[in-house]
Design a protein around this ligand. Structure first.
Ligand code: C2E
Ligand code: CA
Ligand code: CA
Ligand code: CA
Length: 277
């Protein structure tokens, strides 16, 4: 293992070589998938706890590859590692804006939330690219929402704040995703113009069985409200969880109990129903 240069490959075990190979193939497949438009977007409805009305949608990417539908957990982190995530995130954002321009009549008071990786948000052209895509599809700021995790802000707090302010100025709202799983306090996060806090699914999962989770969820809701931030719970699967959240004063919910992520066609029907209900 001392010979570098030509013999460096000998330092790897054969099974590591296979992993590297698979990784490279995956990277190539994602790159090709972007060119072939193999990525599509599904939409998961969000509902107001009090009225039960649909109040938002979250855009979630899917990869239709070799007759299979691949979930993001299988490719997002690889796309991040090989530098393709920004292309992917903006591909999704453009798809969402195109969808909004088709759906605008059905989307009264319903914004569509889009996930952006920290790497995408850190891109120097982030704000410019958002503006360009919105202009292309003639989208207003209040029709979209940006979801990001708190770790996104840690890389460069001042730069992040500036970007958020520029986008808030055109009406775009921001949501803190996976709240409760990171290390930042809400006291720190209040420096940034977030409108919504999204309580991570892991807390909702055992909110009815684990008193610690229940206490944490209650305190996240009241901390959010004290800062004037609306609170949504993700991963709500049961009536009991919804009951708990309603009692705790949570504003909105998202999860299988209300609706699964839906294809464009099914989502469109749901929007029709909302407007005639
Ligand atoms: P996330 O942003 O936390 O999205 C919520 C995830 O929870 C989604 O998984 C959704 O399908 C799932 N989910 C919703 N309701 C329930 C429920 O009641 N129970 C359970 N068990 N799960 C529920 P999905 O679609 O597989 O996405 C996984 C993650 O991939 C997302 O987590 C997000 O971090 C990332 N992701 C998805 N789309 C994009 C994208 O366009 N760009 C980036 N950068 N990341 C994305
Ligand atoms: Ca999200
Ligand atoms: Ca989340
Ligand atoms: Ca999550």
């Amino acid at each position: 293992a001392k010979h570098l240069g030509r013999n460096r490959i000998c330092m790897f075990k054969p099974e590591m070589n296979v992993l590297v190979q698979q990784r490279l193939q995956m990277e190539q497949a994602i790159r090709q998938g972007l060119i072939n438009q193999e990525f599509l977007v599904v939409y998961q409805p969000q509902a107001n706890v009090t009225t039960g009305q649909l109040c938002g949608l979250e855009a979630l990417v899917r990869w239709q590859h070799n007759q299979q539908m691949i979930a993001p957990d299988a490719f997002i982190s690889i796309a991040e590692q090989c530098g393709l995530i920004t292309e992917l995130d903006f591909y999704v954002f453009a798809s969402v804006c195109r969808q909004i321009s088709h759906w605008h009549a059905e989307l009264t008071d319903v914004a569509i939330a889009v996930n952006f990786s920290a790497l995408s948000f850190m891109d120097a052209q982030f704000v410019v690219r958002i503006h360009a895509i919105m202009a292309q599809y003639q989208i207003r700021g209040d029709q979209v929402k940006i979801e990001m995790t708190e770790s996104t802000l840690m890389h460069d707090a001042n730069e992040s704040l500036l970007k958020m302010q520029q986008l808030r100025a055109v009406g775009i709202h921001f949501s803190i995703d996976d709240f409760g799983t990171g290390y930042s306090s809400l006291a720190y996060l209040k420096r940034f113009p977030f409108s919504e806090l999204k309580i991570d699914r892991s807390f909702i999962n055992d909110v009815c069985t684990d008193p610690d989770s229940a206490a944490l969820v209650r305190s996240m809701i009241s901390m959010g409200h004290n800062l004037g931030i609306s609170v949504i719970a993700e991963g709500v699967e049961t009536a009991a969880q919804l009951g708990f959240l309603a009692k705790a004063g949570c504003d909105d919910i998202q999860g299988y109990f209300y609706a699964r992520p839906l294809s464009v066609e099914v989502c469109w029907e749901k929007l029709q129903h909302k407007n005639t209900a």
